[in-house]
Design a protein around this ligand. Structure first.
Ligand code: AMP
Length: 550
């Protein structure tokens, strides 16, 4: 039986928890954070909410991240939100810096800030990375590192902390072509989408849709963003997140940074509600443009054009000698006025000069008469063979602690017949120990076999542990089910006599039997993900617990 067919008795997400979440959201000092241009309310509470207002609250909650600071203040007054500890009224929401300030150097004179994300390190290295990639895009950089945020109410285990591990990708694309080479591979991946229109209408109902359709219908801004949303979805399922508790929520207009083209959060439902675990944004050219403006270092891609672009433009040419003599120190002022004219104004000027003279007016109201001996306006041909542009950035940003927390909640359950003991259904790819080796007896004749099996697994790159403790085999299995070890190999007296070994799967507790080397081959494939348990069941006979020694 495949993992997803197991009848797990995981705790359901009940209404009282949801109400507690509503309360938490609504009742607390209404400080809000400004980060990346958006306001986020940070709240907590224990006050009960009457049933009849739940719908109203749900509508507000659906749009909560879209409210501005003053609007949040308005909500606090309307719903009489108070400090849960003192019952005092709360002050107006105020902006504060989400970054931690520090000082650098022995005198501490240089102000510094702890990074709130790893992204800046990528942008600082952009020129070098572009060079590594032969000056061409698309390419991407990835980094895992610590980030720091001045959270006003850190809580809920790893969900909201002041120091956390992030994994970020910056994928650089051509602003005029955001198609993705491998989009066809993910086109049919179905995601549960909660778009901005649904939220602003006060609903949190998701729509299951193929990512290809979402991009075609402009619900997701472009292929590259869609490609990463699908890959995030696949990644989260692969590590064991329950797909029924995963949704992609689009940022609403106010919530999104002003420069962003589109932004979606992978939100995972857990006992605290829906938590953003991965953000994925099309940040346009903002980051590279700002870094470039501050450092004076161009962060651009220069692309040879296949066909040069030929353009004709009116250009003003000044007769330096006569112009300087006539206007002296005002020459620069007049040149700036003419230099700032668009093609239509230059054409008008050209016509007037052909009639004998024209006048231009400076910003302080002075008028200057211009004649054809001072300047001429002529059409010139320009040939452009290089296109220079600032790439756009698609940024998937993973909060590893949040993902891990959600994964543990989604993986932990207990068997109906043994509710006291837990099972941690971590997929082999993330389970710390992949295989448990269980010798049935501590007799010395088992030693060479245990050593052989563990050496062969090591050689196959599979991490295993031997449990030769003195407890019953059932207890040893149960202990390792709780630790998330997906497979167990049991060596018994038949193993010594006939070189057979059993293979146990954690979630179904199903067992198979086979020759030692054959079983090692199957378990290696299971751990590497090249076959699943159903396939393993076709390769090896089931073990019926009455194996004979003869
Ligand atoms: P953001 O840049 O705010 O979209 O954050 C990117 C990711 O970092 C989020 O999707 C979260 O997974 C994670 N994250 C943000 N703030 C925190 C925090 N205070 N504690 C833990 N993880 C966080």
């Amino acid at each position: 039986m495949a993992n997803n067919q197991v009848n797990k008795t995981a705790r359901p997400f009940d209404k009282s928890r949801f109400e507690a979440l509503l309360n938490r959201r609504f009742f607390y000092a209404p400080a809000f954070e400004i980060y990346g241009g958006r306001a986020i309310l940070r709240t907590t509470s224990r006050t009960a909410v009457p049933d009849e207002v739940v719908v109203e609250y749900e509508t507000i909650l659906a749009q909560l991240d879209n409210y501005s600071g003053p609007e949040l203040g308005e909500l606090c007054r309307k719903y009489d939100i108070r400090n849960p500890d003192t019952d005092n009224e709360v002050s107006e929401p105020q902006q504060f810096n989400l970054m931690f300030a520090s000082s650098i150097g022995p005198t501490g004179q240089h102000p510094g800030f702890l990074r709130p994300e790893t992204a800046q390190g990528h942008f600082l290295n952009f020129s070098r990375l572009l060079e590594f990639n032969d000056g061409r895009i698309p390419f991407a950089s990835a980094q895992i590192g610590r980030s720091f945020r001045n959270e006003i109410s850190p809580r809920a285990g790893l969900l909201r902390v002041r120091e956390f591990t992030m994994a970020e990708i910056e994928h650089y694309v051509d602003p005029e072509d955001k198609r993705h080479e491998r989009f066809s591979e993910v086109r049919d991946v179905e995601l549960d989408l909660l778009d901005r229109h649904t939220q602003t209408a006060g609903s949190t109902k998701v729509t299951r849709m193929k990512i290809g359709d979402a991009v075609d219908k402009d619900i997701v801004a472009n292929e590259t963003l869609g490609y990463f949303l699908a890959r995030i979805h696949q990644f989260l399922l692969k590590i064991g997140i329950d797909r029924t508790r995963l949704r992609f929520r689009q940022h609403m207009a106010n919530e999104m940074a002003h420069y962003a083209m589109d932004c979606w959060d992978a939100e995972i439902q857990n006992s605290y509600g829906w938590t953003e675990c991965v953000g994925c944004a099309d940040r346009a050219a903002y980051d590279l443009s700002v870094h470039s403006a501050k450092t004076g270092h161009p962060l651009v891609v220069r692309q040879a054009l296949k066909e040069p672009i030929i353009t004709e433009k009116l250009v003003a040419e000044f007769n330096k000698k006569t112009f300087g003599k006539t206007f002296g120190k005002d020459s620069a002022v007049i040149q700036n006025i003419v230099g700032g004219m668009d093609q239509a104004l230059l054409a008008k000027l050209q016509g007037e000069l052909a009639q004998g003279s024209t006048t231009v007016t400076s910003s302080d109201g002075r008028e200057f008469k211009l004649t054809p001996d001072l300047l001429t306006i002529e059409k010139k041909t320009f040939k452009q063979s290089i296109r220079e542009f600032t790439p756009n950035v698609i940024e998937p940003s993973f909060g590893l602690g949040r993902i891990l927390y959600a994964l543990l909640e989604h993986s932990f359950w207990s068997r109906e017949q043994d509710v006291e003991r837990g099972v941690l259904s971590l997929p082999a790819v993330v389970a710390p120990t992949k295989v448990l080796i269980v010798p049935l007896s501590a007799k010395p004749e088992f030693d060479p076999l245990v050593k052989e099996v563990s050496a062969k697994l090591r050689k196959a790159g599979i991490f295993s542990r031997v449990d030769d403790s003195n407890t019953s085999i059932g207890k040893r299995y149960a202990r390792n089910d709780e630790l998330g070890t997906p497979y167990g190999l049991t060596l018994d007296f038949a193993s010594v006599a006939k070189r057979t070994m059993t293979l146990r799967e954690r979630d179904t507790t199903g067992q198979l039997i086979g020759d030692i080397d054959e079983v090692i081959g199957v378990v290696t494939e299971l751990v590497n993900g090249t076959i699943d348990w159903a396939e393993a069941c076709l390769r090896l006979p089931a073990y019926d617990s009455v194996q004979s020694v003869e």
